[in-house]
Design a protein around this ligand. Structure first.
Ligand SMILES: [Zn+2]
Length: 167
């Protein structure tokens, strides 16, 4: 596995253990060239999901890309890689059990928001602010106002119909 930091081809596995009830193997790796440590997850892929982008293009579902965006949203929120993996596994399972082979990118965004909403409100708002493509601060404030004030983050956030175009 190539080092994501320096690009060296030769990285070492320091530790392997099953996670997700044996559904995945977590490996801690270290790069001898630059000393970076990182984690990889290995799992069975039964079939390839296709993501339909807003412009109609179909691309293979990119688990790592979703992990990166969730990782950005959860930065410094005390949410570790395993929790992020569980979120993604949950999303993939929900899509797979729906029987769909093609899934709109917006649906993946909604599922990620649902999961983050149950986990951490700050991460939820961060993810939502990117996902919903807020164009103005006002849109963002409007969205924040819709969040419930109580302890319970929304399980299924209300869909904001395209904020653009409103007076
Ligand atoms: Zn390296």
């Amino acid at each position: 596995m190539r080092c994501p930091f320096c690009g060296s081809e030769d990285t070492q596995v320091k530790d392997s253990r099953p996670v997700d009830d044996g559904g995945a193997i977590r490996r801690r790796r270290q790069c001898p060239a630059c000393g970076a440590r990182f984690t990889t997850f290995e799992r069975v892929q039964l079939r390839e999901l296709l993501v339909v982008k807003k412009d109609g293009r179909r691309l293979p579902f990119d688990r790592d890309k979703l992990a990166r965006s969730i990782r950005i949203a959860t930065r410094k929120r005390g949410i570790d890689d395993e929790q992020i993996e569980r979120i993604i596994t949950g999303i993939v399972r929900r899509i797979e059990t729906s029987g769909e082979v093609e899934v709109p990118s917006t649906r993946i965004g909604e599922l990620a928001m649902e999961s983050l909403g149950q986990l951490d409100e700050v991460a939820y708002v961060r993810f939502a602010s990117v996902y919903r493509d807020f164009v103005t601060v006002r849109d963002f404030e409007e969205f924040i106002r819709q969040l419930p004030e109580d302890e319970e983050p929304p399980a299924a956030p209300a869909r904001v119909e395209a904020a653009a175009g409103q007076p």
